[in-house]
Every structure is written in structure tokens, then in C-alpha cells.
Write a protein that binds this ligand. Structure first.
Ligand SMILES: [Zn+2]
Ligand SMILES: [Zn+2]
Length: 461
């Protein structure tokens, strides 16, 4: 099964009909291009690390000589996380921008693969030719530095693959969104827009990172004791906002948790961290309570993360007490509610004041994905012939497709993992042409390139 020189295909193996583990293949003239290669996290026994799941790449692994490379749109786990696990089956170059490359290198070092995987760090200002595919990096605002959409051109057509985005006029780190970048795409006649559906069921416009400053400041300003703020580690804009507010209120900032430290290191190495230094953790014991602010991992209730250790008095550098404040600047990912609730109860039992998005009177967390008004603007600017909703559960894809119909996008292709989306020359869909499934990474000895390192977990069929 391969596209000819008149055809342009999209074949999602993961992330279409589910949230997480994005893996998209574009096909043209007997070649394939992979866009993103992510993981999703499965639930495990309480106290055990989450299971690491990813799309089964069997279809492309068995024709890897046709694969021109893996292109990574941004450094979130659902887009980059499976590269170390699946690369031994694919054996191709991996293209990413500097910040994502930093994140990937750390993962590869952890798995002792750093000397094997060819990471090609790209300059997003330059187009990139991979086989028949010419790629242009299109900057977007999201919830991590260096988030890009891709304009993918080949002789059969053009796709704007948005990956994850929102329209943020005040992203704190990086430039605000630039409508002219997307309006310019309309002049190029975009065949299809393959677009983020995460928040397609939500009316209105997402909250800007900048709008959170007032809420975060409100709670930090009124705190008397220590303040602990927990957010997603990759949200460096949030980290920077909290850092600036802390300094304005004469609090010194410490950073607790491996994933936060890793992100900060990547941000420093790529010029995304312009704020000052952090207080060494061992100084936390001596700092006055009112002069302390700690950024901590564990907002999802993870048993081994910092917040849980603080809640259950298991942290070596700090103990929380009555009068301290914990701010959860995050949303609870479905499936983690129980863990988060028991974490909050433990904190409250100690007399710690807890502020989360449910109890806060002002916004303290913002999504990184577009709501309906943002989607509408993007479709108006780009004017694609075809809308392909991806990055969502069926309910999100459905809502997204219906909106596009109402907005007059000439055609909408609504499908799921394993469906073949025919983008050119004639729009269409061939259902379930490829068997899809999930793999689970099983920690253990690393195998030789080409060997399966995962157990087949289930099939979608
Ligand atoms: Zn994503
Ligand atoms: Zn993302």
C-alpha cells in the first residue's frame, strides 16, 4: 500500500480518536513521513509508576525503507515520548527544533540510546526537504516553548498540520500569535488542515497565560507562610510567571522535582529561561517561611513526586505545616482524580491552605488548546479545502467536524486511527485499512535495533 505521485495521504496510527500517543504518517509517491511519535500514560496500581503506552508502528516499521524521517512538532510527551522506544524499529533520522532536541537527548541518555539515534536539530526559519516532502515550520502559541505547526508540501498538495496550538496574545515566553503567518497560508492554497480537536467542544476563547498573572499574584500575595506552586513541568511560561511574582513579593524560589529540573535545564540550554537562579534545595530549611516559594512536581497526585512527599512528610528538604499554602496551577487529567483528592485531603489535614482551579475565584490555569472561536479564526485565515480533525476523542473530532461544516469548509474527513485519509487528488476516506494497536514499554534490558522492546497490549479492532 503506497501513494502514487498524484496522491497525498494521511494515515494516523495514534492520537486520532483518543488523546495522547500521536503518530501520523503522510504518504506521497511511494514515500512516507512521520509527524510526531508520542506516548500516553496508563493507570497502574496505586504507588506504582504509570504504564507507558504508545501506538503500534508495525505498518511503517515493516516498510521503513520508505520512511523519510520522524519530524517532531514540539516537546510534549504525547508528541515526542515514544521516540526512544520505537526508534529501534524505525532506524531513521529524527528532526526537531533545539528545545525538543534537548528533551529527547535526555530521554535517549536515560535509555543508553544517545549514540545511536540521529537527532537532526533544525532551524525553524529554514524549510526542510525530506524526500518528496518540503516542510515549513509555522510558529504557534501553546503551553511549551517552541511549538510549531508544519506546512507540508509535495507535488500532489499541501497540508497544514497544526499540531497543538492556541491563540495566545500574551504567552509570557515567546512571541504572541501572529495572524499574518496563518493568513499567508491561504495564498498557498492549502489542501487540508489537520487540526487539534482537544477543546472543540468548548465555546469561546482559551484563557491567555498572561491572564493568569492576576490570580497567581492574588494567592501568593495573601499567603503568610511558605508557598508551594505545582504546574506541568513543561509549562515554562507558568514557571516564569510564578518566579516573577515570587521575586516581587520578596520570596526566594526553589525548584523541587526531577522533571522540573530537566525542563529548566533544557530551557537554559536553548535560551528560553531569562529569569534568575533558584535557591539550592538544601537552603530551604533555613529560609524564613514568608520568604520561600517552591515550584514542585506532582500536581497529578503522582506517588513519587514532590507534592505527595510534602503531603505525607516524606521530603528530605522541607516540611509543610499549618499556615502554608499549596497552589495547584494545573488541571487534573482524567483518571488521576482519586490520587489528587487524597493528596489534597492530606495537605488540608496538616492545616495547609490548598488552592486549586475548582476553589480559586480567579483563573490560575489555562489550557494550551484552541476553543471554538480560535478554531473558527484559524479556518478563516488558512481556508483549507479539507478539514481533518485529529488530537481528540471521538466526541471532540465530531464536534470539530460539525463546526467546520457550519463554517463552510468544503469538506470534512472524520475518521480514526487506522483509517486512510485521502487528501489529494480527491478527498475521501478508506476505513480501517491498517491494523492499529498499542504497545506498552516494559522496563528491562535494551535490545538490538530492529527488535521489539514493547509488549503488544491490545488491538483497536
Ligand atoms: Zn498534544
Ligand atoms: Zn502539546
Amino acid at each position: 500500500m503506497q501513494a502514487n505521485h498524484n496522491e497525498l495521504w494521511l494515515l494516523p496510527l495514534g492520537g486520532c480518536g483518543e488523546i495522547g500517543m500521536n503518530l501520523n504518517l503522510y504518504g506521497h509517491d511511494q514515500q512516507w513521513l512521520m509527524v510526531d511519535c508520542g506516548v500516553t500514560f496508563g493507570k497502574n496500581q496505586p504507588g506504582q509508576p504509570n504504564r507507558i503506552l504508545m501506538a503500534d508502528p508495525d505498518f511503517i516499521a515493516s516498510r521503513r525503507q520508505q520512511l523519510q524521517g520522524i519530524v517532531i512538532t514540539h516537546g510534549h510527551e504525547d508528541h515526542i515520548g515514544a521516540v526512544p522506544y520505537l526508534w529501534p524499529l524505525l532506524l531513521c533520522p529524527v528532526y526537531c527544533t533545539p528545545f525538543a532536541a534537548q528533551i529527547l537527548r535526555r530521554k535517549l541518555r536515560d535509555l543508553k540510546l544517545i549514540d545511536q539515534v540521529p537527532i537532526i536539530e533544525v532551524d525553524p526559519k529554514q524549510p526542510l526537504q525530506l524526500g518528496h516532502f518540503l516542510l515549513h515550520w509555522v510558529p504557534l502559541t501553546h503551553s511549551i516553548p517552541e511549538a510549531f505547526g508544519l506546512l507540508i508540501e509535495c507535488p500532489a498538495g499541501r497540508v497544514f498540520h497544526t499540531a497543538d496550538w492556541k491563540l495566545d496574545p500574551q504567552p509570557i515566553l515567546g512571541a504572541p500569535y501572529q495572524p499574518q503567518r496563518y493568513q499567508a497560508l491561504a495564498n498557498k492554497k492549502v489542501t487540508a488542515m489537520v487540526c487539534d480537536s482537544t477543546n472543540a467542544t468548548l465555546p469561546g476563547h482559551s484563557i491567555s497565560e498572561g491572564e493568569l498573572l492576576a490570580g497567581l499574584e492574588h494567592y501568593i500575595a495573601k499567603a503568610k507562610g511558605r508557598v508551594v506552586v505545582s504546574c506541568f513541568a513543561s509549562n515554562l511560561a507558568r514557571v516564569a510567571s510564578v518566579y516573577r511574582i515570587a521575586l516581587a513579593y520578596d520570596r526566594q524560589v526553589a525548584l523541587l522535582g526531577r522533571s522540573l529540573s530537566a525542563m529548566l535545564q533544557a530551557a537554559r540550554a536553548t535560551g528560553h529561561w531569562q529569569e534568575g537562579p533558584f535557591v539550592p534545595n538544601e537552603h530551604l530549611g533555613y529560609l524564613p517561611e514568608h520568604a520561600t516559594l517552591v515550584l514542585a512536581t506532582g500536581s497529578q497526585g503522582e506517588a513519587n513526586a514532590v507534592l505527595a512527599k510534602l503531603a505525607f512528610d516524606r521530603h528530605q528538604d522541607m516540611e509543610l505545616a499549618a499556615g502554608d499554602t499549596v497552589i495547584l496551577s494545573s488541571k487534573t487529567i482524567p483518571g488521576n482524580e482519586e490520587a489528587v483528592t487524597s493528596l489534597l485531603k492530606a495537605l488540608q489535614a496538616k492545616g495547609v491552605e490548598v488552592v486549586d482551579t475548582d476553589t480559586a475565584s480567579m483563573p490560575i490555569h489555562a489550557s494550551g488548546h484552541p476553543c471554538q472561536d480560535e478554531l473558527q479564526l484559524m479556518y478563516q485565515w488558512v481556508q483549507p479545502q479539507i478539514a481533518v480533525p485529529v488530537h481528540g476523542e471521538p466526541v471532540h473530532l465530531q464536534a470539530h467536524a460539525e463546526l467546520c461544516k457550519a463554517w463552510g469548509v468544503p469538506s470534512q474527513l472524520l475518521g480514526r486511527n487506522g483509517d486512510l485519509f485521502l487528501l489529494a487528488p480527491t478527498p475521501g476516506i478508506r476505513r480501517q485499512v491498517v491494523k492499529t494497536g498499542r504497545l506498552e514499554w516494559l522496563p528491562g534490558d535494551w535490545r538490538q535495533p530492529g527488535e521489539l522492546i514493547c509488549a503488544t497490549l491490545d488491538s483497536d479492532k
